[in-house]
Design a protein. Structure first.
Lengths: 342, 277
């Protein structure tokens, strides 16, 4: 009988991966510079004298873990999607200018010294989010106006906008006060910190909604990787599907970036790892990348906050150190493949 | 029997210069039609018009008595399957995964194949003799095998019409014949209407019932009719600017292209009538 993906098989895989993620998160929550015991955490907040273990677990580690998991899931799924719609295995969530747009928003917020809050979000978060969305919108408009070779012009528009905004960021950094710089630099490197629960809830809803949206169009993403003409021949409205995929991916990336800054390489290496393990079918690539991306960032963040004791590293440093070599191996692999074809 | 494809006064050009001008033909069901013509004559353009990838500048195309414009993408994909010139996809999909994608126009919201879908896929794999490498990635197959996989995908799409763009370009002789045998078998046994672009006049004469010979700009002339009526030494010389020798095998005339260095062969009954320039 023909081996195809069924709902049953996929549900099984998702449940196994989710269980593994839950176990991993529990382990990571117990690891840290301050050692805590699970049994003491289970005793609850404590009536008279406060239960320190519980406070660390619920107040500090859990929110941070959940944020890492959310950001990891969002970046991995956005990476899968952009690789599919650009038909480019080297694409990542930042390729179309999101990173520089968010960075610009963030640095403007810092330099302007804004101090209001919006739905509990700091000015930096809100401005980064708006900057990210405005930039991808700009890239999309330029890319689609530019001509019929949509993929190439989108990529070009993304590269140009990225370069331009990076220049503006450098300019703003050079005129900013040094006290303002430190925060921005940490943010640009990608940094996960404790966030209040209501922000976590809002972002969780946004990111999960985006991932479900991507999952709903995932079988059409399969067809899109064969190119515009092929996909249309199989009944896919390519314009609509590309726009939907792009919107969902940009939205969840913008949410992730505004919470945690520019964490690199997750959106590149996780899609490839999952593809190597489970094959290129996007119907399982989307959900499994989300879970494995979460796991990866949870582990990376645990390393970031423990590896140097009290001194915390930005998590982006860890992912880049792990991701850089991986990216090179990948590049070598793909370029060799191309030379075989010649 | 009604016509499955009905093209009326079709005109199309990428700029002001038309490539196809006032093209009209009616194709009955379950026929094998070949589209021939020199490079740049608009063969692939016509194919893209027939699957609604391009919109006509003037005139109309009717598929199954309905204007092609009135079909939503999914409905049209249930009528027409397209096999384009072979290519390797970016990601390593297996043969089964590629063929399963053919069921996309029939799937629900989340796009999972059901039992009937799997049956269609399996039958298509069997018919095209591709079941043996069903679980291998497409990139590992040879050109001929890959072409058969894409034909399998077109079959699993379960459409009355198959459109093919030069299905045998990169294949050796045996595989060329195999592909045309398979297409003919599909026409005769499954009542498929086959429309294939081909550069090979002799394969066309062997397998196709009907031929459309496009001349391309500036004249945009065309001939449409039974294969044997459309092709002749004069016609080929006029359209392709190539001299040919007519060879008769089993009551059918075939055409051998002659170059500057072709020797005079006793066994070839060369057509000596020099065409007027």
């Amino acid at each position: 009988m023909v081996e195809t993906l069924t709902v049953k098989k996929l549900t099984g895989k998702i449940l196994i991966c989710l269980a593994a993620l839950a176990v991993l998160m529990c382990i990571c929550a117990l690891v840290g510079t301050q050692s805590i015991s699970l049994s003491k955490v289970m005793q609850g907040p404590g009536q008279t004298d406060p239960n320190i273990d519980y406070q660390i677990f619920v107040g500090v580690r859990l929110p941070r873990l959940i944020l890492a998991a959310l950001v990891g899931a969002a970046l991995a799924c956005a990476g899968v999607t952009l690789q599919a719609i650009l038909r480019n295995p080297l694409a990542d969530p930042y390729i179309l200018g999101i990173s520089s747009g968010a960075g610009l928003g963030a640095i403007i917020a810092v330099i302007a010294g804004l101090s209001w809050t919006f739905l509990g979000g700091s000015p930096l978060t809100v401005c980064a989010f708006l900057g990210a969305l405005a930039t991808v919108w700009l890239v999309w408009c330029v890319g689609t106006i530019a001509g019929k070779h949509r993929v190439t012009s989108l990529l070009l528009a993304g590269v140009v906008v990225n370069a331009f905004f990076s220049a503006v960021i450098m300019f703003l950094t050079s005129i900013a006060k040094s006290s303002q710089i430190r925060w921005t630099v940490f943010w640009l490197m990608g940094n996960i910190t404790e966030k209040p629960w209501h922000i976590l809830c809002v972002s969780a809803i946004c990111i999960l909604a985006g991932i479900i949206g991507l999952f709903a169009i995932s079988h059409r993403l399969n067809l899109l990787t064969f190119g515009d003409a092929e996909a249309r021949g199989l009944g896919v409205d390519t314009k609509k599907t590309t726009l939907l995929a792009f919107t969902f991916a940009a939205f969840i990336t913008a949410v992730a970036v505004s919470l945690s800054g520019l964490i690199g390489f997750v959106g590149l290496i996780i899609p490839h790892t999952v593809r190597l393990l489970f094959g290129p079918d996007h119907r399982q690539l989307i959900p499994l990348s989300a879970i494995i991306g979460s796991a990866f960032l949870v582990v990376a963040d645990t390393l970031a906050r423990t590896i140097f004791g009290q001194e915390q590293l930005p998590v982006g440093v860890i992912t880049a150190i792990a991701g850089g070599p991986f990216f090179l191996i990948l590049l070598a692999k793909y370029s060799r493949k191309v030379s075989w074809l010649k | 029997m009604s016509n499955i494809v009905n093209v009326k006064n079709l005109t199309f050009g990428y700029n002001t210069q038309p490539i196809l001008k006032d093209l009209a033909f009616e194709l009955p069901r379950a026929r094998f039609m070949a589209i021939a013509g020199p490079n740049g004559a608009g063969k692939t353009t016509l194919l893209n018009l027939l699957c609604a990838l391009l919109r006509p500048k003037a005139g109309s195309i009717e598929i199954d008595k309905k204007n092609i414009k009135s079909y939503p993408a999914r409905k049209l994909a249930q009528k027409i399957a397209v096999v384009r010139q072979e290519f390797v996809p970016v990601f390593d999909f297996t043969v089964t995964e590629v063929v399963s994608m053919a069921r996309s126009p029939y799937l629900g919201t989340f796009g999972f194949e059901g039992k009937t879908d799997r049956q269609f896929v399996q039958e298509a794999l069997k018919l095209t003799d591709t079941a043996q490498f069903a679980s291998r990635p497409l990139a590992e197959l040879s050109g001929g095998e890959r072409q058969r996989v894409f034909i399998a995908r077109a079959l699993a799409q379960n459409t009355p019409i198959l459109l093919l763009d030069e299905p045998t370009t990169f294949l050796d002789l045996k595989h060329q014949v195999d592909i045309f045998d398979l297409l003919k078998q599909l026409q005769l046994e499954k009542n498929k209407t086959i429309i294939a672009i081909t550069h090979d006049i002799n394969l066309t004469i062997q397998y196709a019932d009907i031929a459309l010979l496009l001349q391309g700009p500036p004249s945009c002339d065309y001939q449409y009719g039974g294969t044997t009526d459309v092709f002749s030494t004069e016609q080929i010389e006029r359209v392709f600017k190539a001299k040919t020798a007519e060879v008769s095998i089993g009551g059918k005339n075939f055409y051998l292209p002659l170059g500057k260095f072709t020797g005079d062969n006793q066994h070839i009954t060369r057509n000596l009538t020099e065409p007027q320039q």
